[in-house]
Design a protein around this ligand. Structure first.
Ligand SMILES: *Cc1c(COP(=O)(O)O)cnc(C)c1O
Ligand SMILES: [Zn+2]
Length: 435
């Protein structure tokens, strides 16, 4: 099967124009292509007509749009007026009280994509955009190389959109991620290898089968979906940019696209310019970008992942060098934390804010804490921490590190005895904390 390239036009002027190489600037037609094949093999990115956007988009026009990522449709690379809208986006931006106080911060916000729709991670944003574009480009089968959440999201949204779906994951993923894919009945390939090996295989399949791989040949469109994490925060802060953001890094795409989203809002006059500091979080067991940052390198050396934070375990990150660039030029940081700190991060967020996040969120909270303790986040800064996935999908990670239920007889005295024991234990724990 050959790759479809025809564009369905809806008769109105598109705000996106070309695919453009990030390295050499060579332009390509808006097809399913992600690499500058003619010149330098750099990554392609979607370019827009910002004059058209400036004259057609206002705060009011956005506010009058749907309660989903599609309120920002002019900033997304699709033509249709009927995008795949499963309610993705517009997740809560929560003002943190108790976590902020615990860390000594005055203006901390949590962007909670642990409750994103339909599959409880930020990946629903990028997949909603990629599959809408896949349909416009005429693909009938969609696919992805996934660390878990992307497989969930691609399978679910393909089911909704009536697209055939074949997804690839590393064979050792968490049970919740595997079940949370299979329930939508795609073809699921569990590859005996790590994500980077899965991805390499998928690049070959993309060339030979003519499928739309959301994060390979459709990657320029897919990655634009992450800009909505920037747009929403700016809108939810009352059309202002924050001072500092902390977000997890896998391929580095999400991080760089939040930056692009803020820049675009400034460019078209929706918010005032500000130097937002960008800080990135990685797990020590897979921290090629953090290592490069620490060592002052402008290249990223691939590593072999070994961490419980599987959703962000990409050893050879496609957008690593651009993430480095963003952190450096905004006076941010890129830090890593170990698996024990990640578990503590998950528990800390749950106990202080009532939000159960997965390992990627635990990584981000633990890095936030580390940066505050190192004096790298000012307590006065308006800081937004991005929680990108849900803890119910990675229950193995905290198994054995949390309490147990008190098993009692269905009798009042059994309850009273158990309560007394629990309180005594609590007091003992408190005494240990105090001494
Ligand atoms: C994929 C993923 C990320 C990071 O994505 P990149 O854009 O590749 O950096 C972060 N958090 C979660 C939960 C993810 O699934
Ligand atoms: Zn190029």
């Amino acid at each position: 099967m050959s790759q479809p390239t025809a564009l369905q036009t809806s008769g109105k002027t598109a705000t996106f124009e070309k695919l453009k190489c990030r390295e050499c600037g060579t332009e390509y037609e808006l097809q399913a292509k992600h690499i500058c094949e003619d010149v330098c093999f750099g990554p392609l990115e979607v370019s827009y007509n910002y004059d058209a956007l400036r004259s057609s988009v206002t705060r009011e026009s956005i506010e009058a749009g749907p309660n989903s990522i599609w309120r920002y449709r002019p900033f997304l690379p699709v033509l249709t007026d009927n995008p795949i809208d499963v309610g993705t986006g517009m997740t809560p931006l929560v003002k943190s009280n108790r976590l902020a106080r615990r860390l000594g911060l005055k203006n901390l916000y949590i962007k909670n994509d642990a409750v994103n729709m339909p599959t409880l991670s930020f990946k629903d944003r990028v997949v909603s955009v990629a599959l809408t574009r896949a349909k416009e480009l005429g693909f009938s089968t969609v696919s992805c190389a996934s660390t878990g959440n992307l497989a969930n999201s691609t399978a679910a949204i393909a089911a909704y959109a009536g697209l055939d779906c074949c997804v690839f994951i590393p064979a050792d993923l968490e049970a919740g991620k595997v079940l949370g894919t299979l329930i939508y009945n795609p073809t699921l390939m569990a590859v005996k290898g790590n994500y980077d090996q899965v991805n390499r295989l998928c690049c070959e399949v993309a060339n030979s089968h003519g499928w739309g791989f959301v994060n390979i040949n459709l990657r320029p469109y897919y990655s634009e979906g992450s800009k909505t994490l920037g747009f929403e925060v700016a809108e939810q802060l009352g059309w202002q940019l924050p001072d500092h953001i902390v977000a997890p890094l896998a391929s580095g795409s999400l991080f760089t696209k939040i930056y692009k989203g803020f820049q675009e809002f400034v460019k078209v006059g929706l918010v005032e310019d500000k130097n937002v500091r960008f800080s990135g979080a990685q797990a020590e067991g897979c921290s090629p970008i953090a290592q490069a940052f620490r060592e002052g390198r402008d290249f990223v050396t691939p590593v072999k992942p070994n961490t419980i934070a599987k959703s962000i375990a990409i050893g050879n990150p496609a957008d690593g060098i651009y993430a480095l660039e963003v952190a450096r030029k905004t006076n941010g940081n890129i830090e890593s934390v170990n698996d024990a700190e990640i578990i503590e991060g998950i528990k800390l967020l749950a106990e202080t804010e009532g939000i159960f996040t997965e390992t990627a969120g635990g990584t981000t909270v633990a890095v936030l804490k580390k940066l505050v303790e190192a004096g790298k986040i000012d307590p006065e800064e308006t800081t937004v921490v991005y929680i990108t996935g849900n803890g119910l999908k990675t229950q193995e990670a905290v198994q054995g590190y949390i309490g147990e239920p008190l098993v009692i007889e269905p009798k009042l005295d059994s309850f009273e005895q158990a309560l007394e024991r629990a309180r005594t234990l609590d007091r003992l724990e408190w005494q240990q904390v105090l001494v």
